[in-house]
Design a protein around this ligand. Sequence first.
Ligand code: FCB
Length: 463
Amino acid sequence: MFPTGFVWGAATSAYQIEGAVTADGRGTSVWDTFVSRPGSVVGGENADVAIDHYNRYRDDVRLMADLGLTAYRFSVSWPRIQPDGAGEINAKGLDFYKRLVDELLSYGIDPWVTLYHWDLPQALEDAGGWPARDTSKRFADFAAVVHDGLGDRVRNWSTVNEPWCAAFLGYASGEHAPGRREPAAAVRAAHHLNLAHGLAVQAMRAQRADSLIGGCVNLYAITPASDSEADRDAARRIDGLQNRFFLDALLTGAYPEDVLEDLREITDTGFIQDGDLGTIAAPIDMLLINYYSRFTVSGTPGGAQSAAAAPTDSGSPWVGSEHVGFVNGGRPVTAMGWEIDDSGLNELLVRLTREYPPIPLIISENGAAFEDELTADDRVHDPDRLAYIDAHLRTCHAAIEAGIPLQGYFAWSLMDNFEWAWGYDKRFGLVYVDYPTQRRILKDSALWYAETARHGGLLGPAE
Ligand code: FCB
């Protein structure tokens, strides 16, 4: 059994599910612009309709209630609230989230709000985007608007979802919006995303003291391909950019020296101003962790590349460490080509407790894409997803038994949705969405997760 009060949730994000991109005064986000550029999304797909959650949210909340979820993590679309990213508040946009939250609360489902899941207002990108310091301040203003509007009924907040992706996929590799390939700008973006987090925490704290606020990072377990010096250096570099650059800043108020050193050839660090790191490390109530996989890396040229390639033509997100190879670690993979390894999650949880100041932890995303098929019995049999989540939940349980302060788990995702540059090609949902009809069908994994959540514990050995 998991401890009483353990949070059983599922997660989504605004752009991936809402659709209704022009409804009720919503402005344009960088993703709206990006998807219209040929070659940026597999199949030329976009999220104009997505899974129409903006119109179907009541049915979707009922589905969550049927699943016995105690919590739902969703994000707020910035351009719905501030169409141009600053100033004037679009009341209709905020009203949507008020209605959503009230609906959740009416079923006893705890709303967990993420303030930024990558849909930057295009007007702010036009003014420089995340590489511009001002964007951090605009974000803090936006956070204050949403917190002011929903803070009376939402307790759990997180700021920026996966700043690594927003910075390095958005501005270095160009795989994500806004699709820029400017390594130096990406480093500035990473810092400004961290700063945005810190400024938002301050702004929200000033409004009310009872909100629980966290930062959200995507962490990877990282293994060197061999014991060679080059491979160990590759592991240090990737761990530095992916994990420590964000963890150290948020939890210890310093950037790792070795990472700054790796980046020195790319950019100076004049954009890091006095006091920034103090702001970034403003005390938080919890750390939200998104975990999917392990990387095996090599610094030796010519190492075999793993299957987990980018879906579209894009550059390297590994600024200053572009030579590092991602090697096949020999584990089974998901439909994304991501290696399945729950021991990586354990490794990260143990490391967090050993190397960082104590802080409550939440798994805010974990899950897997597989080739799902709606079969003649009108069911989706997805034993691989079920096994994936089961294994990771077992790891969570063991971690809690070992004294790690892990307080909740959110499956990614509640429903199949627009998987960024992969379009609708990759299905992560517990719930299957038949895109032509928008019909929702509970996959086997959803039925099993519902039972697990209701039981509050593991359901016996996995098959
Ligand atoms: C994470 C994102 C989420 C989804 C999953 C598969 O990086 O936060 O939106 O794309 O990966």
